[in-house]
Design a protein around this ligand. Sequence first.
Ligand code: A2P
Length: 316
Amino acid sequence: MKTLTYRDGDTIDAIGLGTWKSDSEKVGIAVNAALGVGYRHIDCAAAYGNEEEVGSALKKSFVEYSIEREDVKITSKLWNNAHKHEDVLPALKNTLNDLLLEYLDLYLIHWPVAFRPGLKGSPKDDTDYLSPKQAPIIETWEAMLEAKKQGLVKHIGVSNFSQKKLADLKTKTDHLPEMNQIELHPYLQQDELLNYCRDNQILVTAYSPLGSRDRPDSLKADNEPSLLDNKVINTIAVKHDATPAQVLIKWAVERDTLVIPKSTNPERIEENFNSINIELDEEDHSKIKSLDKHYRYLTGNGFETESEMYRNVFDE
Ligand code: A2P
């Protein structure tokens, strides 16, 4: 498996298992199947509501397959309702407790948006948010640094951060995030942000690499374009005797990003892992390049407030 290297020389496998939208009843089977076929990178988050089940499956699978804890890279994310400095470590400890782990390999600030501390569910109006003045991201970040210092996490980073937000954070800290996890696929290629991250030694993880079609309807637009049904992707798949999902995953890997396809189906989990075995050529890459249409499946609209407190999460 191809690995990517953090600033300190530590490595992480390019392909990980995504667990967003994985039902609690199925996520354990998914984690077990993934570790069984060779995945050594699992992407989780408190907000996915399934970390307890992931934790039980990790524990069981480590024994079943004689896997050492340190050989698997596990990511989780700080939810928006715990951005206050004093709330970060308790939230991380809850996640560790649920995942049955002593430490995480990577902890990310899930979104650059702060909710009222402890808020359950989605915000209803402005009073359910904290403004950037009430919960400055630098204070959240300093608590993340503290978590790393205490050895609770090996690496820290962010998710859904625009170049503007990274650049702003850079003016306030000497310790830039080690990872930015963002939506990335042929319809949203984000070359500029990728270059910025590369120049600043920030690794990038591609989420929703297959178009995330199992999102709840409330997060879907009418007539959204399908990546898996795209003609160009399907033609390239036929050429390599591969599947469209494998082309999408390998494309991400060949751009030197990490990628976390979600599946709870053991056959598809294996298929996705095996995408490492295909090799795209220059012609494939140039055809895929022309598919970019700056299309976001996850618009972040749900986090826009009535007031000016949060507008356009991605600064576009
Ligand atoms: P399932 O979990 O039933 O396999 P994303 O990673 O972009 O969020 O996409 C996840 C969606 O893609 C899920 O609906 C998942 O369904 C589906 N999926 C995952 N792997 C494959 C595959 N190899 N072929 C087709 N669909 C896939």
